[in-house]
Design a protein around this ligand. Structure first.
Ligand code: UD1
Length: 373
């Protein structure tokens, strides 16, 4: 806490999946500040690293989710993992030296998460990590490295599941450092459920609820190798029995897709979708095919069948409690999975504990107690 009775929290966001995670935290902090009876001294500075910079990957989410303009944009742009990490660390360190803050709050597992945590901790600025403790065990994924490094230098862990708590305890975290608060991504989903809306192409493509699939693919393991990607797309085309597959294409995937010799007629490739349109599509889909982690949380809460093209998940509750199934990265596994779905035999699923829409409030309350007292 400062002499003024306030504390400044840097809220870090850099890439698309961060934006839905920070929105409810910002809203909850603002609500506490505006409390007429006992206004909170918690202040925030929104730092966008610029890892994602296209309107479709970044700006649209700010607009739709009512996130204020960032106070600072580090504008790092694209690069290799190390180039991005170095650029974010250098620029965020400079910001902290020029204008210090009391806490660095990072979310998720992207490069910006790890880079800012390192820069802050080295300047003795404590770190809080939202979505801490989840582990895939797969070190070939850059996100897993980001999670391990971030959590190894985090002071306060905000977690989404008991499995995450257990992982942290095993790694030596003390009980008073762990705050089991739930899932901020689900706060955003529940807060926007009534605002979800069909994309402009819905009518033209003659999409009907329950009559199409949604697919997202962006993991290097699935999309960087042209031959493997071609096999995967072909398998999708065969398994969906002629139903349209709405495929919002991530910039990384677009590069491989551009060189694909032919595409199955059912594939409807579209630009990355804004939040409200994407989740409308998911909510009304027959099923979702993905290699994302966040999408499997959303399908779990929406009760939509989800097939994940990965061997591991850092979010096991989407499988044990939710509607998600991991089928691995061999495209041959798609057909039997979708056959089961078409036969009406997909599991129903439930909702994991504390994925209730109030996680942002719990985080803001904890920050208030820890920083302002
Ligand atoms: C990042 C995250 C991943 C997350 C994904 C969601 C890391 C390690 N990975 O991966 O966890 O699921 O975001 O989208 O942080 N590009 C654009 N416009 C943009 C941003 C990127 O064209 O606004 C291009 C880049 O030039 C690059 C590619 O997209 O070629 C990948 O971007 P990058 O930030 O390196 O990682 P993602 O694959 O998006």
């Amino acid at each position: 806490m400062n002499a003024t009775g306030t504390a400044l929290v840097d809220i870090i966001a850099g890439a698309r999946p961060n934006f839905m995670k920070i929105a409810p935290i910002i809203r909850a902090i603002e609500k506490r500040q505006a409390d007429a009876a006992a206004p909170s001294g918690l202040r925030y500075r929104l730092v966008h690293t610029g890892q994602h910079y296209d309107a479709r990957m970044s700006g649209d989410f700010f607009t739709q989710l009512g996130i204020p303009e960032p106070d600072v944009n580090l504008e790092v742009g694209s690069g290799t993992q190390a180039e991005q990490t170095a650029a974010i660390m250098t620029r965020y360190e400079r910001l902290l030296l020029d204008a210090p803050s009391n806490l660095c709050l990072v979310v998720g597992d992207v490069t910006s998460t790890m880079a800012c945590a390192i820069a802050a901790q080295k300047l003795k600025v404590p770190v809080a990590h939202v979505e801490a403790g989840i582990r895939s065990g797969d070190w070939t994924m850059p996100e897993e490295i980001n999670r391990l490094v971030t959590d190894s230098i985090t002071n306060w862990f905000f977690t989404t599941s008991e499995v995450a708590n257990e992982n942290l305890r095993r790694a030596g975290a003390r009980e008073e450092q762990i705050f089991f608060v739930g899932n901020t991504m689900i706060d955003t989903l529940l807060a926007n459920l009534e605002r979800l809306r069909p994309p402009a192409f819905w009518g033209e493509a003659k999409l009907q609820a329950g009559g199409y699939f949604v697919m997202t693919l962006h993991r290097p393991a699935n999309v960087d190798d042209a031959a493997g990607f071609a096999r995967l797309i072909e398998a999708v085309g065969r398994a969906v029995r002629g139903m349209p597959v709405v495929f919002p294409v991530h910039p990384r995937t677009a590069k491989t897709l551009a060189n694909l010799p032919d595409r199955p007629p059912s594939l409807l490739t579209v630009e990355p979708q804004p939040y409200l349109e994407f989740n409308y599509l998911v909510r009304h889909a027959k099923g979702v095919i993905t290699d994302s982690g966040g999408v499997t949380e959303e399908t779990t809460v929406l009760g939509v069948p989800c097939v994940t093209l990965r061997d591991t998940t850092e979010r096991p509750e989407t499988v044990t409690v939710g509607t998600n199934e991991l089928i691995g990265t061999d495209p041959a596994a798609l057909q039997p999975a979708l056959d089961q779905l078409f036969a009406g035999q997909w599991k129903k699923g439930g909702i994991p504990p504390l994925w209730d829409g109030r996680t942002g409030e719990r985080i803001a309350q904890a920050l208030d107690r820890l920083l302002v007292g």
